[in-house]
Design a protein around this ligand. Structure first.
Ligand code: XMP
Length: 319
């Protein structure tokens, strides 16, 4: 009978059979799929795997350090940290249209990945954490929204361009099976249970023009919000939660002074697959406490709102 342990062993055998003693490059996003793929391939071929982690400067608080610490230091997987935030943030200056942001980030992402991956001597394979639903979607809804959503991380067209063959060890799995496999491979539960995070990152949680100042404020507010959610034991009940910093300053009072700072919106939804979603029914106590903490702890925000739009008609992200 079928167990995840048997599946893991068979997957490792198949990777060895496909790859032999050749080198593999894996684009690591910090998400569950690419992480599980990386650890699985590392078990199969060890040092012949090199991961490339593109850091576009649009990650959450501590995210890059955590990914590097886990893969390079804990798992000893050769990892290139492509710290290119200046390049991305520079190119995004003055860009406020959501699709323009995605295109800019997507284009640079491929350039950067190619630059770093191209420096890995003798690589013949590119690993991707493609799941079964991605395989189905790209066949049946070609060109539809579900494909464009993922287009940025499944570096489309890149394998051909770089002359690399694909390794996709998760192609037959659904998300919950990938999590089970991650567990089997010893990935920490807190990591396996992480909320999804979009490829364009904080860029689409910063409606309008992106500035370093807004990104810094957003990171702090988001960290407080997620901390609140964890402290209240709600993280695993929620499919995705984040803060968006709004492109508007509003007036407030603090002490005996007037403030004129950014407003932010908290978002939390339940969902099965991200295609539809309901807003999470936090208690008023939770919301009030969270607003107070954010305003007290995050300089630059003086007003907190809660987004109660479900999907449809809203989207989960603000852009
Ligand atoms: P929306 O906002 O469309 O989001 O309701 C549905 C899910 O997709 C994620 N998302 C993206 N992921 N690149 C990604 O990799 C994108 O451009 C993108 N846009 C949205 C979003 O975080 C949610 O999980």
């Amino acid at each position: 009978d079928w167990t995840m342990e048997a599946y893991r062993d068979e997957a490792i055998r198949l990777i060895r059979e496909q790859v032999g003693d050749k080198k593999v490059i894996c684009g690591l996003s910090g998400g569950v799929d690419s992480s599980v793929a990386a650890v699985l391939i590392h078990e199969a071929i060890g040092e012949n795997l090199t991961c490339v982690f593109v850091d576009h400067g649009l990650l959450r608080h501590n995210e890059a350090d955590e990914v590097v610490a886990m893969f390079r230091d804990h798992y000893n997987i050769p990892l290139i940290h492509a710290e290119e935030s200046e390049l991305f943030l520079g190119a995004l200056e003055g860009v406020s249209d959501p699709e323009e942001k995605r295109k800019t980030i997507g284009r640079l992402f491929i350039d950067v990945f190619q630059k770093y991956a191209g420096g890995i001597e003798g690589a013949e394979f590119l690993a991707q954490g493609t799941l079964y639903p991605d395989v189905i979607e790209s066949v049946s809804f070609s060109g539809g929204p579900s494909v464009t959503i993922k287009s940025h991380h499944n570096v489309g067209g890149l394998p051909e361009k770089m002359g690399l063959k694909l390794v996709e060890p998760l192609r037959e799995l659904f998300k919950d099976e990938v999590r089970a496999l991650g567990h089997e491979l010893g990935l920490p539960a807190s990591f396996i249970g992480r909320h999804p995070f979009p490829g364009p990152g904080l860029a689409i949680r910063c409606p309008g023009e992106i500035t370093r100042e807004k990104l810094a404020i957003l990171r702090k507010a988001d960290a407080v919000y997620i901390d609140q959610i964890r402290r209240h034991g709600l993280y695993d009940e929620i499919w995705q939660a984040f803060v968006a910093i709004l492109p508007v300053r509003t007036v407030g009072v603090m002490g005996d002074g007037r403030t004129y700072d950014f407003a932010c919106a908290l978002r939390a939804v339940t969902s099965v697959d991200g295609m539809t979603a309901d807003y999470y029914p936090f208690s008023h106590e939770f919301l009030g406490e969270t607003a107070t903490r954010i305003i007290n702890e995050v300089k630059g925000i003086n007003r907190v709102t809660y987004d109660i739009t479900s999907k449809p008609p809203g989207t989960i992200e603000w852009e």
